[in-house]
Each structure stands twice: as structure tokens, then as C-alpha cells.
Design a protein around this ligand. Structure first.
Ligand code: ADP
Ligand code: MG
Length: 729
């Protein structure tokens, strides 16, 4: 029975590194080769068409049909030179991943031949069958139809034999059905609001861009071992498995030497990424065995999200080629670290200023403090929403599990900035400041060192940490589309900046000078948002107690976290900024409940199946061998000798029997509970019931399985063990 496991082990152990397929040229010569970027546009488009696309990218100007035909023709010629035979609209439905339907360029002419054709119409719009994508009820009440529309701000690219055109996906009635549209809207709301605030300091600013640099964590497991674990294959996580005697306690994996097989995988991934214009930069071993990280240089947030989704697909495919399975799940293994995706976020202007980086003089530092404090305020007011944006069945395993930030959103600033904010709070008053007081506070602000990177002690336990020139939103899950976190964050900041502008203008209207008005509003915000600031150990129990005292949201059930999308505050926030309507928010939350239920349902089924048809039979077989042994002893020895010899085995027979009975009883109870829960009609109620009534069985059942794994003969055990999954490389 255990032959599959041993065959898999043998395959895995005997694997030699597969040499990565490498381009011959230097990176700089092929970087972006497969992207229809500005250089290629210039080469393949008429001047008129080029200008039209650039205006669409930079200023959102519509492209007319005739021009679209020209752009399509140019794109097609370019793509065909790279060997493309097909094209697709590449979009982000609410499944969390990406979707594509390929059509060939080849079009029959009617006389037995074909020509390659691609029109502006096909470039601009397509109608995939929307009814097979989640819509959260929008389809049911309206038309089933939806369409994808070209987003010129994300460049088209060629993947294998297909020209991929990044698109948004919306219903015919105008509702958003994807993750890209709200992001574009959020980024544009943020741009408008931030430019207004920048004008207090610099009238030349015309555009503010949100940047995102994601750090993608993942596991690589040998393909053969992965294939021998149905739970990994069907749920991307192990539902059982006793801790390996050695796992990460020696801390010998983080930044350790990268195993040769993995190195070849990474090289190939980098080659492919560079061809696609993804500026991947950093690779290293992570904390858990067989865990790694990959990070690019940050980019404009919409593009960065596209690139992350693209790279997640590349990772899975290239891993397969190297006989690995790439696990992007947040928690594939118990007892070792899970995987996250830090979202490094900052704002920059078209005048070349990073708004979250201290400047050279009091004025630029006041601008920096303005954006810093407004960020804190936005995080403080919308902490539940931010949490909802990263909540999922997968990520629930990580948050608060002593390896990732807790399910409490707080912000880390470091000692220097904390002191700075304290000073503003102390020194600024609502009364008119004397010239001396003003000079003093300006001097203080002027003294902020330009490079704070080394002054921040990089608290790793904070879910939202300032790291010198950016914030890191660390609670995002490794398999997530970063778009959701970026929509929540950028929308919250946009609304906050609008409010700031209003507050400051109101004071200026009373005759107070601009700088002083800004000081006064900042001081008010600093005081108000104080509770969200926390520089201590976010993993500690004391923090949980303290956070409760401060009234911070400590909800850890993902289903309840989703509620924040439907709070009055969030509905107003999204409405005011024009990012999502109330109906769209309801639809999206409905999908979150559905997805949660389906995930837990699948896990419950897989766990039940494996428990009954992998674990119990093996345990029975082992128990039978013990019984035979005991019977043999009875035949061979005298009564007293037998008693002595058999007692330990009899104990073991009972122990194994106890676990078998417990597993059977618990699986039965879980199935019964599921039957009742499945009858619930209301989406939220059902998801909540799955989290409270079904999910708790998982640990319970697993406990007995893991105990059996320790006692049953190793030769009989069918599922690859943690020590094999995590240490074969
Ligand atoms: P860490 O020490 O957290 O691993 P890295 O220096 O490796 O940090 O950077 C992590 C990510 O942060 C990279 O994607 C990097 O490009 C990004 N990053 C650096 N500066 C900024 C910034 N100003 N805005 C957004 N992202 C940034
Ligand atoms: Mg980081």
C-alpha cells in the first residue's frame, strides 16, 4: 500500500537539477522583449496611433475606432514576429486569479485559405460568457452578459503563442465584475485627491502615482511527493501530517544557500519574467524549509498587480517543468511558517518626489509628515476594511498564528517619527502660534534626517510598518490578488486626503496662515489616530490585551471580517470616491461568503475521504499485524511469559483502536454537521456556520491522524510525511 509513497520518494531523491533555459544575451538586451511598450509602439504604430495610445495611457482619453484598428494591426504584426498565433483578453474575474480565452488570428477566407486578422473591435472589446464567472447575484437580477474592455494603461504582452491584452471586466449594466476596474478607479481617486494636497506645497505637481512592490513567498515541493498527497493537490495545503522532528527551529534556512534544483527554477523564472518586463530583483530562502521569496523592484500599482498575477502563473508552470509543485497557499504546512505577500506601498509625484520620504528642508518635511499622518488616519479609521481586504479562508491560518501579524491592524513608525509626532502634539495648539513657537516646530521638522531607513528598527511583527520611504502592508496573503488590498488602502487614503484638504481650507478661511492651518489639522489627526500606532511586539499576548483596551478591531474570524465591506463607513467611503457602488459591494461580499464555504467544503470532503480510505485502512492493517503477533506469542509462550511480552503490544492495539474509533466518529459527525449547514440559505449565515461548526472538526480529526502517523509502521504509511515534503530538494 505504501508503495506509491516510496516510489515518489525514490523519484524525488534521484532528481537531478534541470538546467534552466537561458537566453544568450545580456538581461538588458532582452528585458521587455515580449511587451508592447512605448518603444515598440513607436516602431509599429503610425504617429497618430501612437499619440492616441499615449493620451489614453497618460490622460485616459478615449481611442476612436479607426485608430483602434491601426493599433490592433500594429500589435498583431509585432506579436506575430514573436511567433504569436492567438490573442486573448486577459482579465481578473472575482475568482481571485486571471482568465483568458484564446482565439486564433487565422480567419478563413472562404476559398480554403486563411489570413491573420485582428481588428480594433476585437482589441477594444470582447464578450466572454460572463455567466460562468462569479458575479455575486448581479447576473441573476440583470442580464447575464458581461464584456471585457482594453485597459491601455497595462501594456499588452506575448505569452507562449498568445498576444495577451489586459482588460477590465464589467457587466452590460455597468457593474464591475473584476479586480482591475476598482483598482484603476481607486488609483485615479487617489491621484486627484493627492494632487490637491500637494498643491499646498508645490503648484507644479500634476499627477500622483501609487507604487507597489510585492514580496512573493512560496514553497517548492517535489512533484512526485506532491502527487502522492491528494490533500495538497486538491486544497493546496496539507490537512494532516505530524511535525517533522526538525523543521525550522535551527533557523538554518533563512537566507541559506539556495539548493541547485531550486536555483535553476529561479533562473528560468527570472528569464521569463524579464522578457515580460517584470523587474524581478531579489531571490532568497525563507524561514520555513523549502520556502522561498521573490521580489521585483516596485512599479505603478496597477502594473505591479498585473505583474504579480502573471508571475504567479509563471511560477506554477515553470515549477512543473523543473519537477516541482509551487505552492502559493498561505499555509501549506502546520508547524512551520506560512506564506505572505508584503505590499510595499508609497506615493510619488510627477515632479519626482516620494511623498513618504523625508525631504531636505522644513517645507518638504512638512509635506512628508502630511502624507504620513494622513496615512495613519486612514488606517486608523478603516482598519476593519483593510483587514477585510486581506481576509480569506487561507489567510486565516496565518493571521495571529505567531508567525504573521495578528488579526489586529496597527501601524509601526519607529522611535524617531513617534517622537516627532509627540512633539507636534505637544507644541502646536489651537491658539495662534507665536513666531518663536513656529520657528521652533519648523526647526524640529527640518531636522528629520533624509534617510530614515536605518533609524526605523524594522519591526517585523507589525502588519502595517513604515520602513523609511514607504509603508509595508504585511498582512496580505501569498495567493491573494494584491488588488483588493490596494483598492482598500488607496481608496481610504484618497478619502482621507479629501477630508484633510477640507479641514485645512476651513481653517485658512478663518484667516489662519496655511502652514499653521496644516499644523493644526495634523495635530488633531495625530491625537485622534494615536490608538492605531504600536511599535512593540505584535505577536505578544500583551498586545492583544492592550489592543482590546484601545478598542481596536480584533476579530479573527474571516467571515466576520468581511462584514467591514458592508459597514456604513465603507459604503460611504467607496461611494464618495466613486470606486464601488453599494450594489457592487454587496455582490463582492456575497462572493466572499460563497468562496469561503466552497473552500471549507472541499477541505472537509478531502479530509473525510483521506481519513476513511487512507488512514483508517492503514491503521487497521497495522493493528491486525499486532494482533497476529500477539496471537503468535500466546501460542509460543507460557501464560506468565506471554503476559509480560504482550502487554506493550496489547496497549498499542488499544491505542490504535482508540484513534480509529475517534476518527470514524468525528468524520461522521462532521458529515452530519455539513448536511445541516448546507441547508442554510443566507450566504453569510452559511459561511459563518462553516467557520464555526465545520472548520473546528479539522484540528480534531487531524490530531488523531497525526498520532497514528507516529505509531503506525513507517513502511505501511501511504502519505509522504512532513520530513519528506519539507526536506527533499
Ligand atoms: P525587505 O527588506 O522588506 O525585504 P526590500 O529592499 O527587499 O525590502 O524591498 C522590498 C520591496 O519594496 C521591493 O519590491 C522594493 O522595490 C520595494 N520598495 C522599495 N522602495 C519602495 C518605495 N518607495 N515604494 C514602494 N515600494 C518600494
Ligand atoms: Mg519587506
Amino acid at each position: 500500500m505504501a508503495s506509491l509513497r516510496f516510489k515518489a520518494l525514490q523519484d524525488a531523491i534521484s532528481r537531478k537539477p534541470l538546467v534552466a533555459e537561458a537566453p544568450k544575451e545580456k538581461t538588458s538586451e532582452y528585458f521587455g522583449k515580449k511587451v508592447f511598450d512605448r518603444n515598440k509602439m513607436q516602431k509599429y504604430l503610425s504617429k497618430e496611433a501612437y499619440q492616441a495610445v499615449i493620451s489614453a495611457i497618460d490622460r485616459g482619453v478615449r481611442i476612436d475606432r479607426k485608430i483602434a484598428d491601426q493599433v490592433a494591426a500594429g500589435m498583431k504584426s509585432w506579436a506575430m514576429e514573436l511567433g504569436a498565433t492567438h490573442y486573448t483578453h486577459w482579465f481578473q474575474p472575482l475568482t481571485g486569479g486571471t482568465a483568458e480565452k484564446h482565439d486564433a488570428f487565422a480567419e478563413p477566407t472562404g476559398s480554403g485559405t486563411v489570413v491573420e486578422s485582428f481588428s480594433g473591435k476585437l482589441l477594444v472589446q470582447q464578450e466572454p460568457d460572463a455567466s460562468s464567472f462569479p458575479s455575486g447575484g448581479i447576473r441573476a437580477t440583470f442580464e447575464a452578459r458581461g464584456y471585457t474592455a482594453w485597459d491601455p494603461s497595462s501594456p499588452a504582452f506575448v505569452l507562449d503563442d498568445t498576444l495577451c491584452i489586459p482588460t477590465i471586466f464589467i457587466s452590460y449594466t455597468g457593474e464591475v465584475l473584476d479586480n482591475k476596474t476598482p483598482l484603476i478607479k481607486a488609483l485615479s481617486a487617489l491621484d486627484r485627491a493627492a494632487v490637491e494636497v500637494c498643491h499646498y506645497f508645490d503648484k507644479d505637481v500634476e499627477k500622483v502615482t501609487a507604487n507597489l512592490g510585492w514580496e512573493q513567498e512560496y514553497f517548492l515541493i517535489d512533484e512526485a511527493l506532491y502527487e502522492a498527497r491528494p490533500d495538497l493537490k486538491l486544497t493546496e495545503r496539507t490537512l494532516m501530517g505530524h511535525d517533522s522532528a526538525k523543521n525550522q527551529q535551527l533557523e538554518d534556512q533563512y537566507f541559506g544557500a539556495i539548493p541547485p534544483r531550486v536555483q535553476e527554477f529561479m533562473k528560468e523564472l527570472e528569464f521569463e519574467s524579464w522578457k515580460l518586463g517584470i523587474p524581478v530583483k531579489t531571490r532568497h530562502n525563507e524561514v520555513a524549509p523549502n520556502q522561498y521569496e521573490l521580489a521585483p523592484v516596485y512599479e505603478e500599482a496597477n502594473l505591479a498587480v498585473d505583474h504579480n498575477l502573471l508571475i504567479m502563473n509563471l511560477m506554477r508552470n515553470i515549477a512543473r517543468k523543473h519537477n516541482f509543485a509551487c505552492l502559493l497557499h498561505e499555509k501549506p504546512f502546520g508547524g512551520v511558517n506560512g506564506s505572505g505577500k508584503h505590499n510595499n506601498w508609497s506615493l510619488s509625484t510627477d515632479t519626482g518626489v516620494n511623498l513618504l520620504s523625508p525631504g531636505k528642508n522644513p517645507k518638504s518635511n512638512l509635506q512628508f509628515l502630511t502624507f504620513l499622518v494622513n496615512t495613519l488616519m486612514a488606517v486608523y479609521k478603516n482598519s476593519s476594511l483593510l483587514k477585510a481586504s486581506i481576509a480569506s479562508a487561507n489567510n486565516a491560518h496565518r493571521l495571529g498564528a505567531n508567525e504573521a501579524p495578528p488579526a489586529i491592524i496597527s501601524a509601526f513608525l519607529g522611535t524617531y517619527l513617534t517622537k516627532m509626532l509627540d512633539q507636534i502634539e505637544e507644541k502646536v495648539t489651537d491658539q495662534k502660534m507665536t513666531p518663536d513657537e513656529k520657528t521652533e516646530i519648523k526647526l524640529d521638522i527640518g531636522r528629520i534626517p533624509e534617510i530614515l531607513l536605518d533609524n526605523t528598527d524594522r519591526n517585523r511583527t507589525s502588519p502595517f510598518a513604515f520602513t523609511g520611504n514607504r509603508f509595508e502592508f504585511r498582512a496580505v496573503g501569498s495567493s491573494a490578488n494584491c488588488s483588493e488590498a490596494m483598492v482598500a488602502l488607496n481608496t481610504a487614503i484618497a478619502a482621507q486626503l479629501l477630508e484633510f484638504r477640507k479641514d485645512v481650507d476651513a481653517i485658512i478661511a478663518k484667516g489662519v496662515k496655511k502652514d499653521e492651518a496644516i499644523f493644526q489639522v495634523l495635530r488633531k489627526y495625530i491625537k485622534e489616530s494615536k490608538n492605531v500606532r504600536f511599535d512593540g511586539n505584535g505577536y505578544s499576548d500583551e498586545w492583544k490585551v492592550e489592543a482590546k483596551k484601545r478598542g481596536l478591531d480584533d476579530e479573527s474570524n474571516p467571515v466576520k471580517m468581511f462584514d467591514a465591506y458592508l459597514s456604513e463607513r465603507s459604503i460611504n467611503l467607496f461611494k464618495k470616491t466613486g470606486v464601488l457602488s453599494e450594489k457592487e459591494l454587496h455582490a463582492r461580499t456575497e462572493i466572499k461568503w460563497e468562496t469561503y464555504v466552497k473552500k471549507i467544503q472541499i477541505e472537509a470532503r478531502v479530509l473525510g475521504d483521506l481519513a476513511l480510505n487512507h488512514i483508517v485502512p492503514v491503521a487497521v492493517e497495522y493493528q491486525t499485524s499486532l494482533i497476529k503477533n500477539v496471537q503468535g506469542l500466546k501460542e509460543l509462550f507460557s501464560e506468565t511469559e506471554y503476559k509480560d511480552l504482550a502487554s506493550a503490544r496489547l496497549e498499542l492495539i488499544k491505542e490504535v483502536g482508540g484513534h480509529i474509533s475517534a476518527i470514524k466518529a468525528k468524520v461522521r459527525a462532521m458529515v452530519d454537521a455539513r448536511k445541516i449547514t448546507n441547508k442554510l440559505e443566507d450566504g453569510r449565515e452559511k459561511a459563518l456556520a462553516y467557520s464555526e461548526r465545520i472548520f473546528p472538526y479539522f484540528e480534531d480529526i487531524r490530531y488523531h491522524i497525526d498520532k497514528l502517523e507516529l505509531i503506525v509502521d513507517n513502511e505501511m504509511w501511504t502519505l509522504p510525511k512532513y520530513r519528506e515534503l519539507l526536506f527533499v530538494r
